[in-house]
Write a protein of this length. Structure first.
Lengths: 66, 258
């Protein structure tokens, strides 16, 4: 199935969770946050949150800034 | 020198550093360590799926440093609350530099949205350090809303123009019951020293250090300027004369003649 990660179409196995996606994208253990349809999903809920086709996620990480 | 206390946390340094515009993460880390700072800002960006660049976070995470995530890029209070929640999750801290500047040309903070966001974020348990206009009335309102500090600007971000808002900063410092951190526009150690002599609790510096010929040396210069300014403030500056008439500091009794 296709989902959107930071507005980019991404292929994910049907029934996969945010935790599966995090493994697929090799997200680091710290320093990232994920939002599903503009609502932050705490890391503790990643294993339970099953993604649906067309879901839109935002994933952020640290950047330099003042 | 008195310790700086924000939201019950003690800081040994009154210099806060931003992490933008450095040529490399290595130089940034060296400047951070040389400055003696204990508070460092970090921004957020969307990950790029194909680009596994160097992780900047590892260069700023040190046991003595409080991370201060900022909300740069948001335009409204609602977006700021979302950014704050993402920051708390990503960086494991409820400290937040709230900055809402919708106009990319001057990057001046939106006072209405900043106040609204401060009220909401304090209720959500954040330690809010709002970047704001050098507006004494607004700073009072932010304080009443529960802001941990106020961070009025000296001049537009990145301009290095120094204390353009000097007189308003004086009023804010005089009236504030929370630490006043002078943010944005500080372009030289002398600007930082002047802000500290006026009684500012701390200065936040980024561009002036990051774009210096030698950022690490400049970080040290700012460290020393902030200490000097604060010491001078605590020591009590002499009153400036209203005119240019001299007041002798040496005895005027003649000894060469008569």
């Amino acid at each position: 199935m296709k989902i959107l990660v930071n507005n980019k179409e991404t292929e994910l196995t049907a029934g996969n969770t945010i935790a599966d996606l995090a493994r697929q994208l090799e997200l680091p253990a710290q320093g990232v946050a994920v939002a599903l349809h503009n609502r932050m999903v705490p890391r503790a809920q990643w294993e339970e949150q099953i993604l649906q086709p067309g879901d839109s996620l935002v994933i952020i990480k640290a950047a330099c800034g003042g | 020198m008195e310790k700086l206390i924000i939201a019950g946390k003690e800081f040994g340094s009154r210099l806060f550093l931003g992490t933008g515009k450095f040529n490399s993460n290595q130089t940034m880390e060296e400047a951070i360590l040389a400055s003696g700072t204990e508070m460092v800002t970090v921004a957020m960006k969307r990950i790029e799926l194909e680009n596994k660049e160097d992780d900047m976070l590892k260069h700023i995470v040190h046991p003595h440093i409080q991370l201060l995530p900022n909300t740069s890029g948001v335009r409204t209070a609602e977006e700021a609350v979302f950014a704050a929640q993402m920051a708390r999750e990503a960086f494991g801290t409820n400290w937040l530099k709230l900055e809402i500047h919708p106009d990319p040309r001057y990057l001046l903070p939106d006072s209405t949205e900043t106040l609204k966001a401060t009220e909401e974020l304090v209720k959500l348990g954040f330690v809010v350090l709002p970047y704001c206009q050098a507006d004494p009335t607004l700073c009072k309102r932010l304080e009443e809303a529960g802001a941990a500090t106020v961070m009025p600007l000296a001049a537009p971000i990145g301009t290095n123009k120094g204390l353009q808002t000097r007189d308003f900063l004086r009023i804010i410092i005089e009236e504030s019951n929370v630490p006043v951190v002078v943010d944005a526009g500080i372009g030289a150690p002398s600007h930082a020293a002047e802000a500290m002599e006026m009684g500012a609790a701390a200065c936040l510096v980024n561009t002036a250090i990051a774009v210096a010929g030698n950022p690490v040396e400049m970080a040290v210069a700012f460290k020393e300027a902030v200490v000097a300014g604060r010491r001078a403030y605590e020591a009590g500056l002499g009153i400036q004369a209203e005119n240019l008439e001299a007041s002798a500091s040496s005895p005027l009794t003649a000894f060469l003649n008569d």
